[in-house]
Design a protein around this ligand. Structure first.
Ligand code: KG4
Ligand code: ZN
Length: 346
């Protein structure tokens, strides 16, 4: 069996072919980073236009690299929610056209779900596990009891953590995407400023929620004062971010007594975050798993794999009236796709 995975939820056009027997056959990502660099973030209309331009060439390249013909594809999986709707519809429409012409099933995939299950491309992890998803659009904590069995614990009340990285990088005039640049620059600095850690230590309703906008404003004030070096500001900002993410997640590990943690999404590539989680896991006796670096940021392989898994475990495919959604939490996704299944799938 070969599953094609299509990812267009934000600014990366990703297509991959996955075989349960042979693993990832190809994984092509066309990044729009240079285009969005001037803007300091993703400009939705531009992203959608670029997906339209790039998607078929990326499909073609993925097939060639895998040495697979289009007719050999057994199912087409696509990211259908959440994300920039103008970007999502490019991938969804193309996946529908491929599914319709090949007469092969159309499999919907949730973006967060695919970030989480990316780690399974490296190793199988026993359920239940805790999952922290940190990316440009999301900062969420879940308990994953099994495939399609997800419990939401909390998420960000304002900015996503990757967004905060990108905005701080912009304030410091460092370029886009800011995460990897700050990660590197922080190594040259020291924690000269103790930035606030919003909601860390909250024992009430925001126990597992996050907030980064206050931290971002505190960084802006320091940048405007112009006292400290960029490396020191980057370092101080990153220490605050990592303290918040690690502190809240370790609280969840203790509260639910779940000994496995998966950290995924673009920000899970962060070297300091990996270092701190590894230290904490040794201290508190749990196992922490990260996807390999090339599967942390958006890609088609995580979509192809999650699509395969959906087919294998629940067989949920959807009809051509299926609609993508800009906002949809992962715990509501299973119900959402079932509605379309009832309306009749291929
Ligand atoms: O998962 P992803 O590719 O796209 C979304 O679904 O949002 O994540 C992109 C985000 C960007 O905000 C980027 O700055 C951040 O991941 N990122 C990092 C690192 N590498 C990427 N943030 C911190 N440290 C990194 N090494
Ligand atoms: Zn993502």
């Amino acid at each position: 069996m070969i599953v094609m995975g299509i990812e267009t939820s934000c600014d990366d056009t990703g297509v991959s072919l996955y075989s349960p027997k042979k693993g990832i056959l190809s994984n092509v990502v066309s990044s729009q980073v240079k285009l969005h660099a001037d803007w300091g973030g993703v400009y939705p209309d531009l992203a959608a236009r670029e997906h339209t331009r790039n998607l078929i060439p990326v499909v073609d390249k993925a097939l060639k690299e895998a040495d697979v013909s289009l007719q050999e594809v057994d199912a087409v999986a696509a990211t259908v929610a959440p994300g920039l709707i103008v970007s999502l519809v490019v991938g969804i429409s193309s996946a529908k056209a491929l599914s319709w012409s090949l007469k092969k099933p159309l499999v919907p995939v949730h973006h967060i779900e695919s970030h989480i299950f990316a780690v399974f491309l490296q190793e199988e992890i026993e359920f239940p596990f805790l999952s922290l998803v940190v990316s440009g659009g999301h900062t969420e904590l879940y308990i994953i009891n099994g495939f399609e069995n997800y419990i939401y614990l909390g998420g960000t009340l304002d900015d996503a953590v990757g967004e905060a990285y990108d905005k701080v990088a912009r304030m410091l005039g460092l370029g886009y995407p800011g995460g990897p640049i700050i990660d590197k620059l922080a190594k040259e600095g020291k924690e000269v400023i103790k930035f606030p850690r919003p909601l860390l230590g909250d024992r009430g309703k925001n126990r597992f929620n996050f907030s980064f906008s206050g931290l971002k404003s505190a960084v802006l004030r320091e940048v405007e004062k112009g006292i400290y070096r960029k490396g020191d500001i980057a370092h101080s900002f990153q220490e605050a971010v990592v303290d918040i993410l690690v502190g809240k997640t370790v609280d969840a590990v203790k509260e639910f007594n779940i000994k496995r943690l998966v950290v995924s999404g673009g920000v899970s590539a962060n070297s300091r975050l990996r270092e701190r989680f590894t230290e904490e896991s040794e201290k508190h006796g749990f196992n922490v798993y990260f996807p390999p670096l090339y599967l942390c940021t958006d890609n088609g392989a995580m979509v192809a794999y999650t699509g395969y898994r959906r087919l294998a475990e629940t067989g949920t495919t959807v009809g051509f009236d299926f609609e993508g959604k800009a906002r949809l939490r992962m715990d509501g996704f299973v119900e959402y796709i079932k509605e379309y299944k009832q309306k009749g799938a291929v």
